[in-house]
Ligand binder design. Sequence first.
Ligand SMILES: [Ca+2]
Length: 399
Amino acid sequence: MISLLLSGLVAFSQPTPTNSLRLAMTPKLDGVLDAEEWDPLVSPEPFNGYLQWEPGVLYAAGTVEHGKEARLSFDFKGDGWTVGSDNLEVTVTQEGVRVRRLIQDVQEGARWQDEPLIAQSTVAKRGDTDTGWNFELQWRGLGDLSFEKGKKFNVRMESFDQNGAEVMAFVPRQTVPVELALDRAQGLPEGMSWAPEHVVRTVVPGQRIKLRLTFVNKGEDGLGRVDLRTLGFASLFTSSRQQPFPTLDKKKRAFLDYEAIVSKDAPLGYTRLAAKIEKPNGDVATIESSYEISDLLTILPNLRVEKGQTGTPRIIRGDISLRSNTTGRLNGKMFFDLPEGWALRRGNDADFKIYRERGRVKMAVELVSPQGLSGLQAIPVRVQLGDKAITSTTYLVFD
Ligand SMILES: [Ca+2]
């Protein structure tokens, strides 16, 4: 009897995650979980869950057995699964993604509310494995839900029998806290601290980036070699180096520089530097720091749908920041590739020049939608730098 009870408890608890700090890492959404592509969060065998992000986007992945589905529970305020209206359940099956919100109703008690708009803001790719299937999920934050550095929330990842018994809404769920971060360290020796001191975190293929790690070591001496390399898809396109741990200065500080030479064929996206440091006891400490291999220019939209009646033509206003990621000057034009029926009042076919190294310009925008739109709408933005096109799609909710 006791053992039954215990195993029941175990089934409902969530193991401590590998690390609550989740790094910015861009996966390749193809249904295959490649080496160093994903950041493991939980591995209660046989379900393995992964979680990471990049600005504006959360990424999750998992390995699921045959006949099962993955269930991700997000408590965005981290104040308890049955508290507030910030609790979302995302179910990934072989067929699709379902999102529902836990609603606390004073009269009716807890109930589920489907969130089709949020489900629409996700993309899931699946692939077969020997014992089941993988999924890779992209979730673009909309409205109040923004996935940015420093965001903290609670999460639970697990798998269940497909078509299993319906879960009552009010049953509590144990979730673990996570934070969206750019840096983290594991296993640093006692008395040692570190901080990133990077001037920038973006680099264009064909150029180089210097990432500086600073250390203060008030603990024991005798740190051994350091291995510095970029992990994941960019590993083959970036330089790596090994060196002894630098000597501490009088203030017990040391600086470790990684100058990555990024080849022109390097894949775009967030990747990470890993510094592995040999400790006096033979163990290894690891520092990871995310950086972005980016296009020459980053498009940062800040648009909103003005209030109006559902289904009528709506005005979209705001601005689009264009951020140069290069040392050279840039000039080009911005376009909105919208279907017929849209009126592009301001910002379309607009010239810009960025003179300063890594400078930015802000482009004012005003668009008018055709009538009859509702739900999630894609607003595609294109920047032409001569023959080169850089595109970005922002999503707006028409209510
Ligand atoms: Ca993949």
